[in-house]
Design a protein around this ligand. Sequence first.
Ligand SMILES: [Zn+2]
Ligand SMILES: [Zn+2]
Length: 424
Amino acid sequence: MAVFIDAFKKSFTGGDESDRYAKGLQKRLIKDINQMAENDDYIPGSSSMDMKYNFRLQKNRESAHDISVRSRCITDEKSFTGVSVLMGNDRRYVTRIPVTTCRFDKEYVSDGRTVKRDRYEGTISSYVVFAQGQDPNASYCCPNCGDINTVSQLLEQGCRSCRTRFMLPDLYPRITNYYTLRSKPYVCLSPLPFVLLGILSALLFFFFYSSRQLEMGFEYVFSMVVTGVCGIIPGYLLYVLAVLLLLSLDAVGSNPRLSAFNRTRKKLPLFMQQYDPLFSVDFFVGKVNNLLKTLIFTDDYKNCAVYEQNGENPYKDIIDVEYQGSVGLNDAACDGHYVYLDMDVYTRTTYVKKRRVTQKDDVFRMKLCRSVYVHDDCNASVHNIECRSCGASFNAVREKNCPYCRSPYNLRDYDWVVTEFERK
Ligand SMILES: [Zn+2]
Ligand SMILES: [Zn+2]
């Protein structure tokens, strides 16, 4: 709700430069989503490294089930884009959340045949993250061999000469997370059928009771029309009652998660800023969503760097998982060296079983951990990833063990990792 109030306010003030930039990125994301529906190999360039990685994992999952999800996001002249800022006090990362109303057309295609089609109206929201004081075009001298690389080269492939991998912040502005929400049923409810029902009932009443006392003629027609028009009022009242009923049912249903989210938005920064003064809740929510997708779409956890458990993935029947705009903090603790967060993530999940596609509202519980010495700082120095045993360099964000000597890498000393994960 807060998102919409903010968006409403901005529609009067027009917003600032970041708002306009965020709207532009959102427009590009919508284009990218539609392009992904046409081309299975297309990965959006506007998204963060984590998002790109997850898009690829998700596409692998789809092809393992021999299914292709084609989501289209249709905007027209009636579509509206508003922008909201959730947390105003973030010092390094600024997050803007553009919200666009549109129509969705989701098609699940298997063997060239549509097995399910889902069309609905709703909104698409994205987290657009800006980093203050970051220069994405900067060139960077490799600390290992001295060769000059662009920051993006170091980030995506490692040093072009000596192949050393580095851990460094992503390049911003970037979209770090996006989600779509279905419009609530009362938004789609039209008053017309109710009004027609009212008129019809009034006319039935007229024919059965009043018309017998009247003779055919002007008076008859006039009374009939007046009775019919009077039927509009109870018809409309019925419509209002129906909307109120749906509204209250919805409030009962979503109330626990809404209050959980509001509590989390207050409690989590208070707790985390003791250790990381730059901690941003919105940035963290983007991170949590990307971790969730990585955990759901990675088939084997053996070499999954962000998850500290091993074994087979029990969620292989999931082909899509969408954040529903809310997370809940169950518990937060610190043992002096590491912080531990216990979170719930509310999602809409799509399952496939023998080519039958079903959807369900799910809550996933994640326990996260990170060293207290790590700060969310987009200007943090470039960190050289080196195996402590053999000195080899590799992409430790994606690989749990050194590919050369198999020694484990302790990612929790540098970034968030998941220690436990389950569907509630
Ligand atoms: Zn180098
Ligand atoms: Zn090694």
